[in-house]
Structures are given as structure tokens and as C-alpha cells.
Design a protein around this ligand. Structure first.
Ligand SMILES: O=C(CO)[C@@H](O)[C@H](O)COP(=O)(O)O
Length: 268
């Protein structure tokens, strides 16, 4: 399993961030340091209680989550409308220091990238169908000091990846059709995960393989064994009772399954 290396260049604030306030600048650069773990768990705040968002995010992180998954929907690229850069800034101002993984389900993409970088995004991912110039958008994200990534819907092939492998830090496979939480996992995506894992390993680049949709303690082991190392889970984590203890129980259950997956992977 590949881990991200933290490079010196990744820690240097790009010119656009240097225009921002000093406090924000140091927070943003700090959050580019990824947790040194084989597997990352990223609760999707789409299923959080938005009336208590700061508290919900802090509880999920205290419960053992690694990354905050931040779903941005525009009611154009996907049939739902959620949150933007102001909410990302609000989470940073609330004291959230974990990496924020911004999943853009918006079209067009480019004009919102800088705003999210300034708001404290750590990763920014987008759908290739939503940007006419995929290579340029990936470069833009990195030039803003964030880790860049592409998102593939369940029926979207990975074809374009081979041309931009050197420009992605993360590949996100949707295991549901984007737009809503609480949908059932689409098993055909497991084959795509194996395909993506092969591409990553053959490329030699440090690239995370993330999955999003219908992930729970019940299927996370199988997903990890297919080569995934970053797991978004919304409704499996943010559910009643909405307490840190309940979130910890769920995340601990996922980690136990991941430990088993790791044994299988090491033995193979
Ligand atoms: O991006 C999306 C949906 O478009 C996801 O992040 C969902 O929010 C995941 O929710 P669950 O399927 O885990 O409930």
C-alpha cells in the first residue's frame, strides 16, 4: 500500500495563499501533512446535523476519523445543493485542523478552486465530465497548494487517468451515483477499484485510492482488499445517537475490519 510522502514543496504556500491572512496561511499549509496511516477514514459531513456542524465534525475526529469529507453540490452537475467555501472557512475557524477533503460536484469547476484553497481545503477533487480542461484544472488545484484528484462515477471509465497520472494525488471512485447520502453500495465498483489500484502501483506515484458511497463496517474489508486505502462514510458514521461515543464505536468497528484486510493483503 502506498503512502503519501510529504514533500517540502507541498509545504510551501503558493502565491495565492500568501495573499491571505497569516493565520489562515499557516493552518492551510499545516493541513497538507497527511496522517501517516495505511488506511484513512473520512466521514462525509453530508450526513451530519448541519445545525451543529462544527460539533459533529469535532466529535467524528475525536472518535478517530482522519479526514473531513466535504461534499459540494450545485444543483446543476448533481441534483442537490449543499455547501461552499464559507462553510469550509467556518470549520477552520471552529478549530478543525484535520485535512479537509473537498469533493466538488459542480460544473464549471475552475472558478471555485481558489476560493476553496483560501478557505482551507487540503484536497480538492472534481469529476472529469464537469471540467472541459481536466489537465488544466488539476494543475490549478496544485498551484493553489492543495492535493488534486479526479472522481469517477460508477459508470465512468478510468480512461483519462493515464494522461494525467503525474498530476493526481488522489483518485476517488464513486460507489453510488453522486447527489445523496444513504444509498446502497454498487458492487461493480470493486472491479474498478482493482483496476485503479493496478494503475497506481504501475505508475509508481504516491496516489491515494478513495471510495465514496454505501461504505460501512459491513463491506469495508472487501473494499480495502480491492485496493482502496481511503474510505468515505456518511450515513454509517453520522447517525443516531449523534455522540462521539457512538461515532467511535462505528469507526473502531471499521478499523478492526481494516486490520483484517491488511493481514490478507500482506499475506497475498
Ligand atoms: O458524495 C456523496 C454522495 O454524492 C457521498 O459522500 C455520500 O455523502 C456518502 O454517503 P453514504 O453513502 O456513506 O451515506
Amino acid at each position: 500500500m502506498l503512502l503519501f510522502a510529504v514533500t517540502v514543496s507541498a509545504l510551501v504556500a503558493p502565491p495565492s495563499l500568501l495573499r491571505g491572512p497569516r493565520a489562515l496561511r499557516s493552518r492551510v499549509t499545516m493541513e497538507l501533512i497527511e496522517p501517516e496511516k495505511d488506511f484513512l477514514i473520512a466521514p462525509s459531513i453530508l450526513s451530519a446535523d448541519f445545525a451543529r456542524l462544527g460539533e459533529e465534525v469535532v466529535n467524528s475526529l475525536s472518535a478517530g476519523a482522519d479526514v473531513v469529507h466535504f461534499d459540494v453540490m450545485d444543483n446543476h452537475y448533481v441534483p442537490n445543493l449543499t455547501i461552499g467555501p464559507l462553510v469550509c472557512t467556518a470549520l477552520r475557524n471552529h478549530g478543525v485542523t484535520a485535512p479537509i477533503d473537498v469533493h466538488l460536484m459542480v460544473s464549471p469547476v475552475d472558478r471555485i478552486v481558489t476560493d476553496f484553497a483560501k478557505a482551507g481545503a487540503s484536497y480538492i477533487t472534481f469529476h472529469p465530465e464537469a471540467s472541459p480542461h481536466v489537465d488544466r484544472t488539476l494543475q490549478l488545484i496544485r498551484s493553489e497548494g492543495c492535493k488534486s484528484g479526479l472522481v469517477f462515477n460508477p459508470a465512468t471509465p478510468l480512461d483519462c487517468l493515464k494522461y494525467v497520472m503525474d498530476k493526481v494525488d488522489i483518485i476517488l471512485l464513486m460507489s453510488v451515483n453522486p447527489g445523496f447520502g444513504g444509498q446502497a453500495f454498487i458492487p461493480a465498483v470493486l472491479d474498478k477499484a482493482r483496476e485503479a489500484r493496478k494503475l497506481i502501483d504501475e505508475s509508481g506515484f504516491d496516489i491515494r485510492l478513495e471510495i465514496d458511497g454505501g461504505v460501512s463496517a459491513g463491506n469495508i474489508k472487501e473494499v480495502a482488499e480491492a485496493g482502496v486505502d481511503m474510505f468515505v462514510a456518511g450515513s454509517a458514521i453520522f447517525r443516531d445517537p449523534r455522540t462521539e461515543e457512538a461515532y467511535k464505536e462505528t469507526i473502531d468497528g471499521m478499523r478492526a475490519e481494516l486490520a483484517e484486510a491488511k493481514s490478507t493483503l500482506v499475506a497475498a
